[in-house]
Design a protein around this ligand. Structure first.
Ligand SMILES: *Cc1c(COP(=O)(O)O)cnc(C)c1O
Length: 373
């Protein structure tokens, strides 16, 4: 039996080989490798596809998030409200920017609980910064995010690393905050052939600050107005993203949604719970999380792997339990018991979902999951 992979980059290469090779050749022939026409053009096309005026390429989403916090003037030791259930990079960016992560619990599908977030942001001396994550490709309630921004003046950076293309209430994930950040890490919905990331914003001053911060804080050649970083998307990745991947993103997302719909219609095992999609949402279906009984999760995972099904856990530990955080210079704060986040960390298993998954493979995943006792 052929293994069913969590991500299938060989099939992706078969699909994009010609335009990717042509893009690489064009960059080679141009003689220009960093911050040139390809990055400009990709940024333009990404911004257009997201209906936002500015997109800025970065080396990765961790840097984009850190520099977004700095562009919004985060001060050393300032609290930043965020989620305990995400890739560690979300919190690491806050720590690297000098902030103090503040965690509140998530809802039953793993998204930060906006009731709790709102209560925290309405207090006296509330955090001025909020970094929500549209986790698993489930978009948060976009009208509520916009209302939080309006009412409390909170500076919001939406982590869209898992949610490019997600829409809620007719609004794209990333459209409510001051800055949206995303990742082109290969497994992401718009994955490059290496690392990459971007920030998007409506604000032209933030656009200028982000462009400077990714390039040593230069404001003009050899003039450094800011203490910046080096985190640029390079011409080669920009060209491949632009020619081979961005034009296929709509089709990729459509395929992910069809796989998710098939799982939702056909998975039927009383031991396995499937978190519902948010209301009025078109999800990006980055991952397909299911919940196993707490004490049998590892057994379920081992069973899937024995059946050669590429299952994984997102994420096995809540972020405030990560050992590295003990050394966070400004510390961190946990506002409640994180009951839902801990329950998901103990129970979650991600089933294969990607643009190259075949019907027969979906059938097999369904059969194998449904047969588990
Ligand atoms: C992948 C991911 C990141 C980090 O992206 P990189 O480009 O690898 O730095 C941040 N947040 C979330 C939610 C992610 O899934």
């Amino acid at each position: 039996m052929e293994p069913i992979l969590a991500n299938d980059f060989k099939r992706q290469w078969d699909a994009i080989r010609e335009p990717a090779l042509a893009a690489a050749d064009r960059v080679g022939c141009s003689g220009w490798l960093i911050l040139g026409r390809e990055v400009d053009a990709f940024e333009r096309e990404l911004a257009d596809s997201w209906d936002l005026p500015h997109a800025i390429g970065f080396g990765n989403c961790l840097d984009a998030t850190e520099l977004a916090l700095r562009a919004l003037d985060l001060q050393p030791g300032e609290p930043v409200l965020t989620t305990p259930l995400s890739a560690f990079a979300t919190t690491l960016a806050i720590v690297r920017a000098g902030g103090r992560p503040v965690f509140c619990d998530v809802d039953s599908r793993g998204l930060i609980d906006l009731d709790r977030a709102e209560a925290c942001l309405a207090k006296d001396n509330a955090p001025r910064f909020f970094v929500p994550v549209h986790l698993y490709g489930f978009p948060l309630d976009m009208a509520r995010l916009a209302a939080i921004r309006e009412r409390s003046g909170t500076r919001i950076i939406e982590d869209c690393a898992q949610s490019i293309g997600a829409v809620q209430g007719g609004v794209k994930a990333g459209a409510a905050g001051h800055i949206a950040v995303t990742s082109f890490y290969p497994t992401k919905n718009l994955g490059a052939m290496g690392d990459g990331g971007a920030a998007l914003t409506r604000d032209s001053e933030l656009d200028a600050a982000l462009r400077s911060l990714r390039d040593y804080g230069q404001t003009e050649k050899y003039v450094h107005a800011l203490l910046g970083s080096n985190s640029r998307l390079d011409e080669l990745h920009a060209a491949i993203l632009r020619d081979a991947l961005l034009p296929r993103l709509g089709g990729f997302t459509k395929h992910r949604r069809a796989v998710a719909a098939a799982y939702r219609a056909r998975l039927a095992n009383p031991l396995i719970e499937i978190p519902a999609e948010p209301e009025d949402a078109e999800c990006a279906c980055h991952l397909f999380p299911v919940l196993a009984p707490r004490e049998r999760r590892d057994e379920f995972l081992a069973y899937l792997r024995d059946e050669k099904i590429g299952a994984a856990i997102h994420y096995p530990m809540v972020i405030p339990d990560q050992p590295a955080l003990i050394d966070a210079p400004a510390g961190f704060e946990v506002l409640d018991a994180l009951e839902n986040a801990r329950s998901i960390a103990d129970r979650e298993v991600s089933l294969p979902i990607h643009p190259f998954l075949r019907d027969a493979e979906v059938d097999r995943v369904v059969e194998v999951v449904n047969a588990w006792r």
